[in-house]
Ligand binder design. Structure first.
Ligand code: 4NP
Length: 149
């Protein structure tokens, strides 16, 4: 089964949104059982916590429920458990590279060709912008994946 792990810093703002959008699109396409989707953070500050209320709100406004999600920290095991590990920004990517095993394992890339900005210290507009970027990115990702599964 294809598997995708979205990774940001805290796993409470960007990557849970990416996970929720991806799950929703897969369900809409009837492919929920074909692709495993998860998210994690490089940091451990928010482990066990639900997503940031601003991410929950923007997702809800687009018909997506993030409330069942809980933050976790990425681990070396994720490199063998997931086929694709998608980093939200260049800093997440470099932290993941440092953690990754020397050989084999997941395909590790930055999710988009630019950073998904960290909205944590900003206002609600930032979350709407992040949602739009992630939504477009997930559409491209799934169009590509669906051709191959
Ligand atoms: P995320 O956002 O990486 O998109 O989940 C952040 C959440 C929390 C913190 C930083 C970024 N923090 O510093 O606690």
């Amino acid at each position: 089964m294809t598997s995708i792990l979205f990774v940001c810093l805290g796993n409470i703002c960007r990557s849970p949104l990416a996970e929720g959008i991806c799950r929703a699109r897969l369900e809409a396409a009837g492919l929920a059982g074909r692709v495993r989707v998860d998210s994690a953070g490089t940091g451990d500050w928010h482990v066990g916590k639900p997503p940031d209320p601003r991410s929950v709100a923007v997702a809800r406004a687009h018909g997506i429920d993030l409330t069942p999600l809980r933050a976790r920290q990425v681990s070396r095991r994720d490199f063998t458990r997931f086929e694709h590990i998608l980093a939200m920004d260049a800093s997440n990517l470099s932290d993941l590279r440092a953690l990754s095993p020397d050989k084999g394992g997941a395909r590790l890339v930055r999710f988009l060709d630019r950073d998904v900005p960290d909205p944590y210290f900003g206002g609600p507009d930032g979350f709407e912008q992040v949602f739009a970027m992630l939504s477009d990115g997930v559409d491209v990702l799934l169009a590509d994946l669906i051709e191959r599964i």
